[in-house]
Design a protein around this ligand. Structure first.
Ligand code: ADP
Length: 702
């Protein structure tokens, strides 16, 4: 007996088995009873088909053929009834009754020749000869099935319950198998050379329908189909290549079995990459609407590394997750100082202004556990029964489905709360795996953004203090300026009086007063200069400047002061020098500052050299070298900071502002200043004025 003949018998037994299963799961439920009746019809139909295929002659087969045809419409009306119950569509009793009456009428007509007039022999066995009502019979049957499918589709589109929609999906899948099989049953009648596969279609339908009713936790059918499709395409690919190779080899000789095994294994392993590709393609088809967001989620870890701003990071996190996982709302809770209570910091839709205490059992669990928490856990786990009323109210308001701890290097950096989907579809294992995958990265990014925000706040504070200091200094300087000018005038008058009527004691006093006033006036002008530079209000008046000439003039001006300390000042100037566009007065100020420092820190009879060099295509460098005490290496960078002084003989005369002003003035010119120094040997301060230092250059370098 061939499989072809035995298959209906197996189907019949299988259906009986399924009836037992359905009735055992809930014998009293109307839905289960109708499904059982339907399965019974299928069992009878399969038995009739078996007897038909066992018949020796066409005449012997005819009664079985008619029996099979007679139960067909019964099956169709029961299917319709079953979908009405399953989808809880409003039962139009009159229509349903009408359908039953019509079907009974057709069933009664089945023994006559009106539907099937006889049997004909086809390549696979006996097939019905259509009678005058054959097509009407088929139409009524398919109309009932169509109405049933319509109910299911409506449910899939409109039902708020994921369970109902998933059940309907299962039954539709079964129906598609059943219809596919049914079509192959009737096509041979029209003369097409196709084996009738109705039995297999019915078997599949029974299976899916029973699973949908009996199993409570159904796998998401979209997920199953998505995974399944990828494998089917992949296997088709592997088998296709395999057959090609086998055909090529077997052209010449027989292929031993082990070659097949090795070949298939090799193909399957080496084509893993194809599987991944196919899966991506299938994913794209299934998740068209949210594919891009899932991609965005995958790229999230890369993106977040560049988002340093805490608020935008939080917004990106909740929005990307809400879109990718189709959540109704996603909250992000962050610990806030001083106690570390968790407060809602961002939400994809509506914000909630509440917080949960750091010592709450909820936070304690989140901190300790390496798992995510579901709303179900919150309801059933004993440790959450002790939550305070306010905490319970807060969690109720969030109405999260999933609570995901974001654990970073320094503990819980945040908690993500996913509210259920608007469609009611639960989050799948795949969704959760995706959430876990990004949680670690999100935590690290959050921690980084926190540190960045703290550092920014610190810098802002420091800048504010600096600004306050500078404002204060400017104010004081302005207030000192006027009385100092009066004092200066008074001292000048006193000095003139002294010349007419000299007294050695008074003369010394007047000179000391004069020096003090000079020093105060210089300090004030430096403070005001620095303030102007810092507020970017100092303007340069550029003109072509011959730096060699400027150095000569400055040297001549300072010679008397150096002579007092018996210091020698040598100049090394090039024969010819290109003029640079610079503010002559400001460069003179720079030179005076550097030579004054050199003189101040170098002892009596020290040597000071000012050198001017032209660098091709770059600019002009001026060096002020001294034979003074030198500057320790660790201090060399800091001496350009405002008010910074190295403790050494001579530094008490200054105020730590000179080099800061020098640096700012040179940088305003688009140049730079640096020092080379060795303790005990001397120091060389150099600055470069670029030859092409127009205003744009300046701005860029600032
Ligand atoms: P000050 O007015 O105190 O000289 P500056 O800003 O001009 O302020 O210099 C800052 C510090 O750099 C000085 O206190 C001194 O310690 C060091 N310094 C500057 N020029 C020299 C130099 N030529 N030799 C040694 N140390 C120097």
């Amino acid at each position: 007996m061939s499989v072809w003949v035995i298959l209906p018998l197996i189907a019949s037994f299988f259906n009986l088995l399924l009836i037992a299963l359905v009735l055992r799961s809930n014998p009293r439920a109307g839905l289960n009873r109708i499904l059982s009746l339907f399965l019974l019809v299928l069992a009878v139909w399969a038995l009739a088909v078996f007897s038909l295929r066992m018949s020796a002659t066409l005449a012997e087969a005819l009664p079985w053929q008619k029996l099979a045809l007679a139960v067909g419409p019964l099956g169709a009306v029961l299917y319709y009834h079953f979908t009405l119950r399953l989808t809880r569509a409003s039962l139009h009793r009159t229509y349903l009754l009408l359908a039953y009456e019509l079907v009974i009428l057709i069933t009664l007509l089945a023994p006559s020749d009106l539907i099937v007039s006889g049997n004909q022999m086809k390549f696979y066995g006996p097939a019905p000869l259509p009678g005058p009502f054959f097509f009407a019979y088929i139409t009524i049957m398919y109309a009932l099935v169509f109405l049933g499918v319509r109910n299911l589709v409506l449910t899939i589109r409109t039902s708020p319950s994921h369970k109902e929609r998933n059940r309907a999906n299962y039954v539709i899948l079964g129906t598609l198998c059943f219809l596919g099989g049914g079509i192959t049953d009737f096509l041979p009648v029209l003369g097409l050379r196709i084996y009738p596969l109705g039995i297999i279609g019915n078997l599949l339908f029974s299976f899916f329908a029973v699973v949908a009713i009996v199993r409570h936790q159904l796998l998401d059918i979209r997920f199953m189909a998505r995974k399944g499709l990828a494998y089917v395409v992949f296997i088709a690919f592997v088998v296709g290549i395999y057959i090609d190779i086998i055909l090529m080899i077997s052209g010449t000789r027989r292929v031993p079995i082990w070659t097949n095994v090795v070949l298939i294994t090799l193909l399957a392993v080496s084509l893993q990459i194809v599987l991944a590709r196919v899966q991506r393609l299938v994913d794209r088809v299934f998740y068209r609407h949210r594919y891009d967001y899932i991609k965005a989620l995958e790229q999230f870890s890369h993106q977040t590394q560049s988002i340093a701003d805490l608020d935008s990071l939080c917004a990106t996190l909740v929005n990307t997750i809400a879109l990718a996982l189709e959540a109704k709302n996603v909250y992000l809770l962050l610990p806030s100082p001083p106690a570390g209570d968790f407060t809602v910091h961002a939400a994809s839709v509506a914000m909630a202004r509440f917080s949960i205490a750091a010592d709450s059992p909820f936070i304690g669990w989140i901190k300790r556990s390496d798992q995510l928490l579901t709303s179900r856990d919150l309801n059933i786990l004993p440790q959450f029964q002790g939550l305070r009323l306010s905490e319970k109210a807060f969690l109720k308001m969030l109405s999260g489905e999933i609570y995901l701890p974001l654990k970073g290097r320094a503990g819980v950096a945040g908690i993500l709360v996913l509210v259920a989907r608007p469609t009611g579809r639960p989050y799948s294992g795949e969704d959760i795996a995706m959430l876990w995958a990004i949680s670690r990265q999100a935590a690290v990014s959050l921690e980084n953004a926190h540190l960045y925000a703290q550092e920014n706040a610190r810098l802002e504070q420091a800048e504010k203090l600096e600004q306050m200091k500078s404002d204060f200094m400017v104010k004081i300087s302005h207030q000192l300026k006027t009385p100092l000018t009066s004092l200066r005038a008074a001292v000048d008058i006193l000095a003139e009086e002294e010349a007419r009527n000299p007294s050695p004691v008074r003369l010394t006093l007047v000179r000391t007063m004069g020096l003090g006033i000079d020093s105060l006036q210089r300090l004030i002008s430096r403070i005001l200069d620095l303030a102007k530079i810092q507020t970017a209000t100092l303007e340069l008046h550029r003109q072509p400047v011959d730096l060699a000439a400027l150095v000569e003039e400055t040297a001549a001006m300072m010679a008397p002061a150096l002579a007092l300390k018996k210091q020698t000042l040598s100049l090394e100037l090039p024969d010819a020098l290109q003029a640079v566009a610079a503010d002559g007065q400001r460069l003179e100020q720079v030179l005076v500052n550097l030579v004054e420092n050199a003189s101040k820190f170098t002892g009596r009879e020290g040597r000071i050299t000012v050198r001017v060099k032209e660098l091709e295509d770059t600019g002009v460098v001026v060096e002020v070298e001294d034979s003074g005490p030198g500057i320790p290496e660790n201090e060399q960078k800091r001496i350009f900071e405002p008010y910074y002084q190295v403790k050494m003989p001579g530094s008490d005369i200054g105020n730590g502002l000179g080099l800061a002003i020098v640096k700012s003035l040179i940088e305003l010119h688009g140049g730079r200043v640096w020092v080379e120094s060795q303790v005990g040997t001397g120091s060389t301060f150099s600055f470069l004025i670029p030859s092409r230092s127009d205003d744009n250059d300046n701005k860029e370098k600032q």
